[in-house]
Design a protein around this ligand. Sequence first.
Ligand SMILES: *Cc1c(COP(=O)(O)O)cnc(C)c1O
Length: 456
Amino acid sequence: MSNKVKRFILPEEEIPHYWYNIQAEMPNKPLPPIHPATKQPLKPEDLFPIFGEELCRQELNQTDAWIEIPEEVREMYKYYRSTPLVRAYGLEKALDTPAHIYFKNESVSPMGSHKLNSAIPQAYYCKKEGVTNVTTETGAGQWGAALAYAARLFGLEAAVYQVKISYEQKPYRRSIMQTYGAQVTASPSMSTRAGKNILTRDPFHQGSLGTAISEAIELATTTPNCKYTLGSVLNHVSLHQTIIGLEAEKQMKMAGEYPDMVIACFGGGSNFSGIAFPFMRHNIQDGKKTRFIAAEPDSCPKLTRGKFEYDFGDEAGYTPLLPMYTLGHNFRPANIHAGGLRYHGAGVIISQLLKDGFMEAMDVPQLETFDAGTLFARVEGIIPAPESCHAIAATIREALKCKETGEEKVILFNLSGHGLIDMAAYDQYIAGNLQNYRVSDEELANSVKDADALNA
Ligand SMILES: *Cc1c(COP(=O)(O)O)cnc(C)c1O
């Protein structure tokens, strides 16, 4: 009998009791968010009108490295955690690589992605503070679905603005949100001032995350007891997602290995932060030399080709100014199928870490991501989300390098979600109808001008 272990699962009592807050241990802290008019750094209280109060405190907490996971949240995590750490023997064999490839399978959550890890605590803290309604934006629908369910768990009403192109391309995500009882609106919509302004300028606007964020923030700030929530980009979201890497750390120990590389796809940075930060801690503290690689689409390349400067998080300019790698808040990404990666900026922690050389980034063309995802499906059985295909493509690049050099490196990547509701994308790939959309230098130089003006 073979003693090769395929999946590593933690017993319930081993599910972490604390999230890891890397802000407390970064050599250079992220620059503060600033008020666009006064240019003053923001305090947690300044964010209270938009987000739940505890979430605002977590957002700007640069002192506590460990933050306790409330018991009620841990109870809900137990419905699907721990998620398996899986040794990708099938992929190793298909690539004929000496590398040891592991993936953390976040697709086993009820929503099929990692998003629920933050939706649950966000809904929990809002409820505890007397909030009755939550609102948000969603691209592919993963975050909206997670929030819709988490809101239901804690008895909150949820209103979701879904990017119009996704609303049309991914009708099942809309039905999922509605099944959990959320109200779903295609964005840009005529129901907000921000939406109306955008539609007046461009009646055929396909929507973007930036636009949908503007609409949701407007609803939150004009409705009593209603808070806005965000599924990516922000520090408190990354904090909640560290449950992924903290579990993975224990599971890698069970496997008797430690990663030489940690890889994840990158939209706003939450699943990347989640798997990477607990391991990056050992680079910062114990001199480990693990490489951290964020895989982004070459059609939305803020990490590899963006500019580090203050910019708005949304298209209408409702958010504070955030110090980040950005393509400009008016950047319009191509309609790639990885909807969750079509965002113009990176979170402020990630931006600082990238600037300081603690991590790297790689941009991948759309077709390569589907080649990778299809191979993965055939040898590991799971059809990955188009977003996750970016992590797989980057993993394959690195595993093939190991094949050339003969190095037995240990690669850990995060499978952020499954693609079972994204089959329209696979259909187009199979029919040969997908293309690459590498963005030109000229377009990037133009789109970043608005951000440049804010820094003048
Ligand atoms: C939302 C999403 C992403 C991108 O968001 P991050 O905050 O960068 O993690 C990636 N994969 C899946 C499956 C998603 O739903």
